[in-house]
Design a binder for this molecule. Structure first.
Ligand code: C2E
Ligand code: CA
Ligand code: CA
Ligand code: CA
Length: 278
């Protein structure tokens, strides 16, 4: 097997504190995780706000560690990014999500999309467009079934190069979603030029929606903007029916959150959405 990521974490002081030791152990484990097949994807549904039809699923990475159990992404993705390991891990995620989507297409003629989160490191890594094209081809998956979620801050890091990459992907037929929208510093002018088809309103704005009139105003503004630019507007982190009603009334087109569906294994994603029999 080729070595992953090089020796870039060897800058630790000789007198390492417990935290640094832990970080090094984490990296050692992470390097082995791919070949030991310890990663898996859960899928969280996105629903049409008005019809509640399943419109897509978002692939969310999990690490099943032999001793630590299920490790959430926030606990290893930052380290994987620093060590460059996110590139091979991200390739696995893309491949696995496309493989699963092709299965859904074949088994139930699924008409929903699968979304994959891209890290800023992957986004900056050369050859992303070729990787996506090759992965789709390998699974004979039509590009329109794939959504790539890129955070607003990733997209804004180097605007010119982002535009080029996003345009190439869009021309291929892949959909682009701008994730965590509202937390970065997009200029509206850029947003108009970004070839995206979806905006995801950050969970932070949804959380206090019912109590915080500013959050409601911000969401209204994002919806108005998104509508003008003909974008799908997804609210994430919907946990209560009050939030659901609010967001639907404000004009969000899709909803995602624990209230409507938690991240689950692929076997639990079905269409039509299971209804309570009454
Ligand atoms: P994200 O892309 O913003 O994903 C949404 C996160 O919110 C997920 O956490 C999801 O489980 C959680 N969530 C969904 N609905 C609710 C809700 O109603 N309430 C609350 N409190 N949380 C909700 P998760 O799976 O732990 O992922 C965290 C972050 O890790 C993701 O944020 C994303 O930035 C990153 N991530 C996950 N999978 C991947 C991946 O395959 N590649 C990369 N590069 N990043 C990933
Ligand atoms: Ca996301
Ligand atoms: Ca998000
Ligand atoms: Ca987030």
């Amino acid at each position: 097997a080729k070595s992953l990521g090089g020796d870039r974490y060897c800058f630790f002081e000789p007198s390492m504190n417990a935290n640094a030791q832990q970080q090094m152990q984490l990296l050692r484990d992470l390097r082995l995780a791919l070949e030991r097949r310890e990663f898996l994807l859960l899928y969280q549904p996105k629903f049409d706000a008005l019809t509640m039809a399943l419109t897509g699923v978002e692939a969310l990475l999990r690490w099943q560690h032999p001793e630590r159990g299920m490790v959430p992404p926030d606990q290893f993705i930052p380290a994987a990014e620093k060590a460059g390991l996110i590139v091979p891990i991200g390739e696995w995620v893309l491949d696995e999500a496309c493989r699963q989507m092709a299965l859904w297409r074949n088994a139930v003629e699924a008409d929903w999309t699968v979304a994959v989160n891209l890290s800023a490191v992957q986004f900056a890594h050369s050859g992303l467009t070729q990787l996506v094209a090759a992965t789709l081809a390998r699974h004979a998956l039509e590009p329109r079934y794939l959504v790539l979620e890129v955070t607003e801050s990733t997209a804004m890091r180097d605007v010119d190069s982002s535009m080029t990459i996003l345009r190439q992907l869009t021309e291929m037929g892949v959909h682009i979603s701008i994730d965590d929208f509202g937390t970065g510093y997009s200029s509206l002018l850029y947003l108009k030029r970004f070839p995206a088809s979806e905006l995801k309103i950050d969970r932070g704005f949804v959380r206090d929606l019912a109590r915080d009139t500013e959050d409601a105003a911000i969401i209204s503004a994002i919806v108005a903007l998104g509508r003008t630019l003909n974008l799908n507007i997804v609210a994430e982190g919907v946990e209560t029916s009050v939030q659901q009603e609010f967001l639907t009334r404000l004009g969000c087109t899709s909803l995602q959150g624990y209230l409507l569906g938690r991240p689950v294994g692929p076997d639990l994603i079905t269409e039509p959405v299971p209804q309570l029999t009454s």
